[in-house]
Write a protein that binds this ligand. Structure first.
Ligand code: BDP
Length: 706
């Protein structure tokens, strides 16, 4: 198996009460080929054939043993009242399976398709018993973002080139895009922004608009809408106006006109995604216009089509500007947006990264979630493992997301969980939800690592229902992906559930951030790169102490961006949880944690413990030989062996780095002693030459051989 079918393999079902399965036909209430209800019918037939070896025919008249799939409206028109539909919201579905009769009814067409996937997922997991349930989404916006460039490269993508673009244009062959849309629909994701947030204005050329039309056409049958990222300066750089000032009527008209052209080809386009005035991208601040004025310009253009503008809160300038955020990038989003609450149009959603900085292994929830109360918001998560090992490390992310989504920001001293803010519930907003940066590529298995696909699956399922337990989601995914063998399930569960804590342990713990190379690759250890550069001053490590003082009292004031109860918690070392201690406080290496251990000893121990877990992953995976197919077994093994080795590199370089700096020895006397390693400086290989490693602390004698 090559992983291309991900969790939609429809492998023969061996367990369960197969004999109780008795539907004999499928009735689809819409048979137009572009309808998700048609896709649902095809999927039901394919899935049941694969799993049960039964070829169900298609029927159009109701009979006693049919699977009926369609919308509430179509059902009512044909068969009368359903009785359950009052409880359904957009994209929701009703699934009722009682032996021979199965009803899969969506509030809309894609809801019906989601219901069909849910039914098939139940069968695939051996669940043939009766069911009657209503399932509604937690939030209307459940989008994927793909940072694909038009030349086919992907920013922060680790699974090969783009499935959407090549050579400056939309690809001719979009087979994989259709397959991807099918995968996304099966986890209830309803739109994809196909191009990079660092957007290329030539996306708006006539040829590309036609290409976008083709993209939308292949995704539409799966209920996945197209979205695109725009470059704010396009009126000038592409449209040849002399300005891109959002308040200039020419500019407004230019966007209106271009938007009309796109909607003429893609009438159901979901909307736009905008990155402005961040990391060198153009934006309204260039003309002293507010970010809201910039966002609303796009909002006006798409409003008549029902389109949405996702406007990113990730606004900061890498030339640190103390006047705006006191030299702390964590302050930036809040400072830029807090005065704009209530100034955005109703179809704008401010898309906020989960933490105040940038997808680190551990961040507190962004304080901006609690500050925007008259503005729609969405949370931005990363499925692509930019700072988390580029899919060469196994890191199951759902527990991280869960911590953030469940975090209670205590706005106005009332329960204000992030998940209830982005759903619109807490502040009574009409729109909101989730954006996940996925970055699938042309690799057969989509993300480069078979096990990384649990993150895509979990993202969709959590956006639908954030109350679901990460381990439950994982086990569903594992059963669908690898089958129901107990040992396989237990092993994958144990590996995945310990993977995020392990990664945190051998990279950057206690809230110091990931300690990866920060300047470009975001891969591998490089704690020295975290400070004294134009992008951040993140660890502030010196000989005696480390951590970023973000208190109001002495530091950058970031703790004060939170509502009072939370601000108070983070203001003091005693009440700050250990896992965020160094995020909020600058303390001596000898500072004692709640566990009684010193910070430096915790660093040493955690790095050893985390790396040891990664070694275990190899053994655990090897125990599955023969229990899963050979191809995926070998491909995962290859990744896990790399992961294990790289975890040692992480452990030794971080520990060595802080030992060099602090000169405080490891009580367990491990740091700097690597009896198992072949050190380059001791080698006498012919035909190789030593070279100085950069960053130096990734090799014991600072040298490697080439
Ligand atoms: C950073 C990435 C960069 C993205 C940026 C963003 O390194 O490639 O363009 O985020 O989210 O994490 O806009």
């Amino acid at each position: 198996e090559d992983g291309s079918q991900a969790w939609l393999r429809y492998a023969p079902v061996v367990q369960g009460e197969i004999s109780t399965f008795s539907p004999t036909s499928i009735i689809a209430l819409n048979t137009s080929e572009i309808s998700p209800v048609y896709a649902a019918r095809q999927e039901l037939q394919k899935g049941i054939r694969g799993m049960l070896g039964v070829q169900l025919g298609f029927n159009s008249t109701k009979n006693a043993s049919a699977i009926i799939v369609g919308t509430v409206e179509a059902y009512k028109a044909k068969y009368g009242d359903l009785g359950e539909q009052e409880q359904l919201v957009d994209d929701g579905f009703y699934l009722n399976s009682q032996g021979r009769n199965v009803l899969i009814i969506g509030q809309n067409e894609r809801g019906a398709l989601y219901g069909a996937f849910e039914y098939l997922s139940r069968l695939a997991q051996g669940n043939f018993g009766p069911v009657s349930s209503i399932s509604n989404p937690h939030a209307p916006i459940r989008w994927a973002n793909e940072w694909n460039n038009l030349d086919g490269t992907i920013e922060r993508g680790y699974a090969g080139p783009s499935i959407f673009f090549e050579g400056g244009f939309v690809k001719e062959n979009l087979t994989r895009v259709a397959e991807y849309a099918r995968l996304l629909a099966s986890v209830r994701i309803n739109a994809v922004v196909v191009n990079n947030v660092n957007a290329n204005p030539t996306l708006l050329s006539a040829r590309n608009i036609e290409g976008l039309g083709r993209l939308a056409d292949v995704m539409r049958p799966y209920g996945v809408q197209l979205g695109i990222a725009l470059n704010f300066a396009a009126p000038q750089t592409f449209g040849q106006l002399d300005t891109f000032d959002p308040l200039d009527p020419k500019v407004d008209a230019w966007w209106g006109n271009n938007t009309d052209q796109i909607y003429a080809r893609v009438p159901d386009m979901a909307g736009y995604l905008i990155k402005a005035n961040s990391e060198g991208q153009p934006g309204p601040l260039t003309y002293n216009r507010t970010l809201a004025e910039g966002a609303n310009m796009f909002a006006r253009a798409v409003a008549k089509y029902g389109g949405v503008v996702m406007f990113r809160a990730f606004v900061y300038d890498n030339k640190l500007n103390p006047a705006i955020w006191k030299a702390d990038r964590a302050n930036a989003a809040f400072e830029f947006f807090r005065h704009l609450d209530g100034k955005f149009d109703e179809n704008v959603v401010v898309q906020i990264k989960y933490g105040p900085i940038d997808f680190q292994v551990r961040e507190p929830a962004s304080p901006l979630f609690s500050a925007l109360r008259q503005t729609n918001t969405a949370i931005e998560l990363q499925i692509t493992q930019e700072y988390l090992g580029h899919q060469t490390h196994l890191v199951y992310l759902s527990p991280l997301w869960k911590e953030i989504l469940d975090f209670d920001l205590r706005a106005d001293n009332k329960s204000s969980q992030v998940k209830d803010i982005v759903s619109g519930k807490r502040f009574k907003r009409s729109l909101g939800g989730f954006a996940g940066v996925v970055n699938v590529g042309t690799n057969t298995n989509w993300l480069g690592h078979h096990l990384a696909m649990s993150n895509l699956y979990a993202y969709g399922m959590m956006a639908w229902d954030p109350s679901v337990d990460p381990e439950t989601i994982l086990q569903d995914w594992a059963r669908l992906t690898f089958g129901s063998d107990r040992a396989v399930l237990d092993t994958i569960t144990s590996m995945s559930m310990s993977s995020w804590p392990a990664y945190e342990n051998y990279t950057g713990n206690l809230g110091i951030q990931t300690l990866t190379d920060i300047l470009y690759t975001h891969f591998g250890p490089n704690p020295a790169s975290q400070d004294n550069n134009g992008w951040g001053q993140w660890t502030r490590a010196n000989k005696k102490s480390l951590g970023m003082d973000r208190t109001v009292r002495n530091g950058t004031g970031n703790a004060g961006q939170y509502p009072p109860e939370i601000a108070q918690m983070y203001e003091n070392t005693e009440s700050t949880p250990d896992n965020l201690l160094l995020w909020f406080h600058h303390v001596p290496y000898t500072h004692r944690l709640k566990s009684g251990e010193t910070v430096i000893q915790h660093f040493y121990d955690a790095h050893y413990a985390g790396a040891a877990v990664a070694q275990e992953f190899v053994k655990q995976w090897e125990s599955l030989k023969g229990k899963i197919d050979e191809q995926r077994y070998q491909e995962v093994l290859f990744r896990q062996e790399f992961h294990a080795g790289h975890a040692l590199v992480w452990r030794d370089s971080i520990n060595q780095f802080y030992y060099n700096l602090s000169e405080i020895p490891d009580e367990a006397k491990r740091v700097g002693i690597h009896p198992f390693r072949f050190e380059a400086e001791k080698m006498t290989l012919s035909g190789y030459r030593p070279y100085a490693v950069n960053p130096f602390h990734t090799a014991s004698g600072y040298t490697a051989v080439v």
